[in-house]
Design a protein around this ligand. Structure first.
Ligand SMILES: [Zn+2]
Length: 477
């Protein structure tokens, strides 16, 4: 019986040495490529001048010193040659994200596109030798008794991968190996612990998706109008973006919630992030200490800001509110910054106590223009204060009662900037419109404010309220 020779694609076993682990900051110092075509091996290697400093610990690990690379060409000078070496071959590397990511980033800086098929030998080892606990290169060398020529040098490590490949061929046979390659190459951009079927199950429609790590620890929550594509784009950019790489390595489990449209997804995202506090989201802060400045005219004719704390805050109903701030400290910091920028008097703002008729401390250090001692009129001081606070004016709720905003096939009910719920029919709509369960959330306020003045303005229906509805509800600005 004759053995059928299977035609293998051409493989380029690649290893690089770098000045560190950061795609953006660090540079390649050496590339080694072993090509395997029709059973024949060939080698290519080059030291590269990184044009940046090589840390001591890296020099010790690789043995590559600044002197060794000083007279060598830079990546830019070698780029076309490297591209030619890799073109039309499957890019094989151990923990391929690293080597591929670095080379891709280096090409990208030159405006060159680089998208080979990629095969990771960590994944190959995991697939073919699942009983093995670890799959790092040292373990593979030990387990399969590979011959080490130059560990931590590019061509030396690339050679270990070729040896590993030969072991695979011998152990599982060409047919099984080719099958494994096909399986792994097509899933190159997937994280190690996520399978294609998980991705396929995510609907490509609006909603929020949640990425979890080991033991169901929430890692990241995001929203999109097409969830599957968005989730995939996280994993694709894992090859070039450090934060996405970290996310990809940690993710074990994906969940999602479909929504009727984009606005619902935005609101849901803000709620979910607060509830589950995923470790890799920029924290949306809780609204329990919210406060704002209220401007009122004092007896002396001087406008004075008073801090309205969460308990007394009714965003949407109170006039002359400026903020909102997450806590008292932030509110004070803002007012002090405004005072400094506009050279207002901190004594008149209530930030400093002085005796009647005495100049404030700011006046003595030329921070205050002197409204405290009549050098500047109170009218001017008031006007400057109003102008300074204007960008932070809290918009009053412009309707008499609740409104419904069409989002896809559902209606979002909003009242006094608070999200009341989502209605799918008239009964639900009525119940939500009459609800008194107002929970103000600053992030949702910002989302709703943008929506009712922007793209959703025309999809808005005013709902009848239980209270009298005679007040004008056309005060939208
Ligand atoms: Zn003053």
């Amino acid at each position: 019986m004759k053995l059928i020779d299977i035609e293998f694609p051409i493989l380029a076993f690649v290893d690089i040495e770098t000045t560190g682990g950061n795609f953006d900051r660090d540079r390649i110092t050496e590339i080694g490529i072993k090509t395997l075509a029709n059973g024949q091996e060939s080698a290519w290697e080059c030291l590269i001048n990184p044009e940046t400093f090589i840390p001591q610990n890296i020099q010790r690990l690789t043995g590559i010193t600044p002197d060794m690379v000083a007279d060598h060409p830079s990546f830019d000078e070698l780029a076309l040659q490297i591209k030619k070496e890799l073109e039309g071959k499957i890019f094989v590397a151990h923990n391929a994200r690293f080597d591929y990511g670095f080379i891709k980033a280096s090409f990208k800086r030159l405006g060159l596109d680089f998208r080979p098929k990629v095969l990771c030998t960590v994944k190959l080892s995991r697939l073919l030798f699942p009983q093995q606990a670890r799959h790092n290169l040292d373990t593979i060398v030990a387990v399969h008794d590979l011959t080490v020529s130059a560990r931590h040098r590019a061509l030396g490590d690339a050679d270990l991968l070729v040896q590993f490949w030969r072991v695979c061929e011998k152990t599982v046979g060409q047919t099984r190996l080719l099958e494994a390659v096909r399986q792994l190459v097509s899933h190159v951009s997937l994280p190690p612990n996520i399978s294609q079927s998980v991705i396929d199950a995510i609907p490509d429609s609006p909603g929020c998706y949640m990425l979890y790590g080991e033991h169901h620890a929430p890692l990241y929550i995001g929203k999109s109008i097409s969830m599957r594509s968005r989730v995939m784009s996280h994993f694709q950019s894992a090859l070039t973006v450090r934060k996405e790489m970290k996310l990809s390595e940690q993710v074990h489990h994906i969940e999602w919630i479909e929504t009727s449209g984009e606005l619902s997804a935005l609101i849901l995202e803000a709620k979910l992030i607060k509830e589950r506090m995923p470790s890799m989201n920029i924290k949306l802060r809780r609204s329990k200490d919210l406060c704002a400045w209220q401007l009122s005219q004092g007896t002396s004719g001087c406008d004075k800001p008073t801090l309205i704390t969460h308990k007394h805050l009714q965003p949407g109903f109170q006039a002359n509110l400026y903020g909102l701030f997450y806590n008292k400290r932030e509110a004070l910091g803002y007012l002090k910054a405004v005072a400094k920028k506009y050279q207002l008097c901190e004594a008149l703002l209530g930030l400093e106590k002085v005796d009647e008729g005495k100049p404030c401390f700011g006046y003595q250090v030329k921070q205050c223009h002197g409204a405290c001692i009549g050098k500047v009129s109170l009218a001017v001081h008031n006007l400057k204060l109003q102008t300074a606070l204007q960008p932070f004016k809290v918009q009053a709720w412009p309707f008499a009662g609740a409104v419904a905003i069409q989002d896809g096939h559902s209606m979002l009910v909003i009242n006094k900037w608070c999200y009341m719920g989502t209605a799918n029919d008239h009964v639900e709509l009525d119940v939500l419109a009459q609800s008194e369960d107002l929970n103000f959330d600053l992030d949702i306020y910002k989302i709703v404010k943008k929506a009712i003045t922007g793209s959703h303005k025309t999809h808005l229906v005013k709902l009848p309220s239980t209270q009298e509805t005679t007040a004008s509800c056309d005060a939208m600005e």
